[in-house]
Design a protein around this ligand. Structure first.
Ligand code: ZN
Length: 282
């Protein structure tokens, strides 16, 4: 008993004097100064990826964004991209149908296209910017099919495997595009595999990132794996940040099943359900 009291007094004494008694992983007791304890507690956990996304993607010059009222229309797809000064038509050699992208996105895509071509890889955009009405047409076509055989939640969830509700699609933003095929299987062998490997290795140098990576290997919510969907991060990472500031569920409306958006956590799990490497530059 006497021994315990003496140890207690000793520990209390050094704590008051600015020292702490701690035990390490091997249960060895150490006495360390208070200042050092504060330093240990302040250390941030190391979560940065080894792949150089942060050093490459975040080294791009900060883009000029539209003012908040126009930006809000971009985020919701409620604008005419053929007349918007931030957008431009894509040349036929880079796409398979008439396509528009933000000028900055397209400039960097062209640089990536040229580099890939030199290595025998052709990157064709099969879908670029889509506005609210175009996304609504895709959504409601799938809705009408699904609703014949399932309830409304089931119908929406099935569409949400690969397609967005209008007002929540990154394709509204002019930063995102689908390249070469809409089938993951295409990218598993032959030319498709060569294209995908090239993009995985090089796209970040031009500012592009695969947003919908494999949920079996990365932690994220939302859509299934899409090896074809690439995003110009220097702009889209800022658009995502602004989406979370400016948009709420009252604006996700005007299409069949839109009332389910909040229940399905469309903003939290789908708009924000992207690979974490694609949202670090803010
Ligand atoms: Zn896409």
């Amino acid at each position: 008993m006497k021994k315990i009291v003496i140890v207690f007094l000793f520990i209390s004494g050094i704590t008051l004097a600015g020292y702490f008694v701690i035990s390490n992983a091997n249960n060895q007791v150490k006495i360390v100064p208070r200042a050092q304890i504060n330093k240990i507690n302040k250390q941030e956990p190391k979560i940065k990826e080894s792949f150089p996304f942060d050093s490459i993607l975040c080294s791009f010059p900060r883009p000029i964004l539209p003012n908040d009222s126009l930006l809000k229309l971009h985020l919701l797809g409620k604008f005419d991209y053929t007349k918007d000064s931030f957008f431009t038509a894509v040349s036929a050699e880079h796409c398979t149908k008439p396509t528009y992208l933000q000028k900055e996105t397209y400039k960097n895509f062209k640089a990536m296209f040229a580099a890939a071509k030199k290595e025998g890889v052709i990157l064709k955009i099969i879908s670029g910017t889509r506005n609210f009405n175009e996304q609504k047409a895709i959504w409601e076509r799938k809705w009408e099919t699904n609703i014949k055989t399932m309830d409304s939640i089931g119908a929406a969830k099935k569409i949400l495997l690969y397609s967005s509700m209008p007002t929540t699609s990154r394709h509204h933003w002019g930063t995102d595009m689908d390249i070469n095929s809409l089938e993951n299987s295409y990218f598993q062998s032959g030319q498709g595999l060569k294209e995908y490997n090239w993009l995985k290795k090089n796209a970040a140098k031009y500012g592009f990132c695969q947003t919908y990576t494999d949920k079996k290997t990365v932690v994220r919510d939302g859509y299934q794996l899409e090896k074809w969907h690439w995003s110009y991060i220097p702009i889209s990472s800022l658009y995502l940040k602004k989406y979370n500031e400016l948009i709420d569920y009252s604006q996700i409306a005007g299409f069949k099943g839109s009332k389910l958006a909040e229940k399905l956590k469309s903003i939290e799990e789908y708009v924000n359900g992207i690979d974490k490497n694609c949202k670090i530059c803010d």
